[in-house]
Design a protein around this ligand. Structure first.
Ligand code: C2O
Ligand code: CU
Ligand code: CU
Length: 511
């Protein structure tokens, strides 16, 4: 039976411009180089390092059932519903989920396959379901224009056409995304392909290929989710993995693949292992890397995914942690934004005898670099406050018009000493540079969401292939969901050359 998790909270005395980052020593991490940094805000610092009593077996989301018709179309059903979940023994927390009370099943579909998802809304209010990271027609995207009324069903269909990757799905109702996701509406969507299947990687779902959906939460005295927040939104003081508090993953293979999703609404993590072993990064948002990248730590902001390999020896225990997400930031960010918080996330226990001599392959999949010389348009997006280019979201305004099959360079700048990120619907992009320099290995693959550390600028390159629709926009936005809801979002349509733009969504939505 799980005992209560002990939470250690140290308070940093907030003298803006001076004190700030001191607290790092509490968990024995070096923060040298970060003394006397201006712009660090005071506030509470949360650390659960060494204080989590890992007792609960990690829950693994079920694989979603599907049927295949004569035409080869694979159909899934997702029902958004209300319920309650026993995160803490003897206490029921009101939650929402897909086909269950919290989170949703993992969808798996093969590149080239036609899929249909029957989305049923059994909530008392409208929602949408967005396929985050998917390359698909804008009318199937599940953004704010594809509203599913309470009691209604929506059945988008498309052909999967992108590399094997760890994508996810979550609601995107205009102004209420944070609420719907925080209550528990989120799940994984794996794309498979022959290239990935042919690699010597762990492939057995829930055995050596493990979904790891990480969310920070806070419970109030009654056991309900407490989602009061500050500038970045609500930050929790405990971690759920796949909806499990204080989770243990028992493994009996010598190499394990973890598919990390930061499904938090606001929290930036910086993952690492308690014994300092490398994180072996093999994949980013949109697919596998050309080769594994050993890293000391791995930052992941809301909406980003990463696939990593962990090699274990018989009988050992290793803890996945998140430590000091401000490390490495151009300008560190402070307590109120979670910049110096640290967590024990997941304990991995290796069996006394391990089933296989696993390997870490030296080569994965080639990635063809998009070429700057092919770009026909450049755009610039400056994030400040909760605005992009000085504007907030208007469902009736198309902010940007993109020509079908063109390659574009988007310069995305965080103009504040506080964290944001940037997500683009419908495409995967590559990162050209970070403040003019070569991007780190964590940004060397396909991405659809990028963490914008304070005062940083990235140049992204992307190609808008296959789908155009002058009446139905895609979104780009900050994936800190409180920011998205506050209007830190814009719309672009993809049109054929010479085609004129219609009314976004075809009809005017009232809110
Ligand atoms: Cu995952 Cu527009 O979002
Ligand atoms: Cu998305
Ligand atoms: Cu933001």
């Amino acid at each position: 039976m799980p005992r209560a998790t002990v939470i250690a909270v140290a308070t940093i005395i907030g003298v803006a411009g001076v004190a700030g980052v001191a607290g790092g020593t509490a968990i024995g991490l070096s923060v040298s180089g970060f003394s006397a940094i201006p712009g660090v805000f005071g506030g509470s610092r949360v650390s659960t390092i060494g204080a989590v009593d890992f007792t609960n077996p990690l829950s693994i989301p079920p694989l979603a059932a599907s049927t295949i018709d004569e035409s080869g179309r694979r159909t899934f059903t997702l029902t958004a519903q209300t319920g309650s979940t026993e995160f803490i023994d003897g206490s029921r927390t009101p939650t929402w989920g897909f086909n269950g009370s919290y989170l949703g099943p993992t969808l798996v579909a093969e590149r080239g396959e036609r899929v249909q998802i029957n989305v049923r809304n059994e909530l008392d209010e409208p929602t949408t379901v967005h396929w985050h990271g998917m390359h698909l027609p804008s009318a199937m995207d599940g953004g704010p224009h594809q509203k599913v009324e309470s009691g209604a069903e929506w059945s988008p269909s498309w052909t999967i056409d992108q590399p094997a990757s760890t994508l996810w799905y979550h609601p995107h109702p205009h102004g209420a995304t944070e609420d719907h996701v925080a209550r528990g509406l989120a799940g994984l969507f794996y794309v498979t392909d022959p290239l990935e299947r042919g690699l010597d990687l762990p492939h057995e779902y829930g055995v050596d290929d493990i979904p790891v959906i990480v969310q920070d939460v806070r419970f109030d005295a009654a056991g309900a989710l407490d989602r009061r927040g500050g500038f970045v939104g609500a930050l929790g003081d405990r971690i759920l993995v796949n909806g499990t508090l204080a989770p243990i993953l028992e493994v009996d293979r010598s190499v394990v693949r973890l598919r990390l999703l930061n499904a938090s609404t606001a929290r930036v993590f910086n993952f690492g292992f308690d014994d300092g072993r490398d994180i072996v990064l093999i994949g980013t948002d949109g697919g596998l890397l050309p080769r594994p990248q050993p890293l000391e730590s791995l930052p992941l902001s809301p909406g980003e995914r990463a696939e990593i390999l962990v090699a274990v020896t018989p009988g050992e225990t290793v803890v996945l942690q998140s430590r000091d997400p401000q490390l490495g930031a151009v300008v560190p960010f402070g307590g109120p934004d979670g910049g110096s918080d640290a967590f024990d996330v997941l304990q991995v226990n290796a069996a006394e005898s391990l089933a296989s001599e696993g390997v870490i392959p030296s080569d994965l999949v080639p990635i063809e670099s998009l070429r700057e010389a092919d770009a026909s348009a450049e755009r610039s997006f400056v994030l400040d406050g909760t605005e992009i280019n000085g504007r907030t979201m208007d469902l009736n305004r198309v902010n940007d018009i993109v020509i079908l099959n063109s390659t574009e360079i988007w310069t995305v700048t965080n103009d504040m000493p506080r964290p944001h990120n940037f997500h683009v619907h419908g495409v995967q992009f590559q990162v050209l540079d970070q403040n003019g320099a070569a991007p780190p290995p964590t940004l060397s693959g396909w991405k659809d969401t990028i963490y914008l550390e304070p005062n940083v600028s990235y140049r992204l390159i992307m190609q808008f292939e296959n789908f155009s629709d002058p009446n139905m926009p895609y979104m780009y936005h900050c994936h800190l969901l409180a920011h998205e809801d506050a209007g830190m979002m814009g719309q672009f349509v993809v049109v054929k050359p010479g085609e004129s733009v219609g009314t976004p969504g075809g009809t005017v939505h009232q809110h």
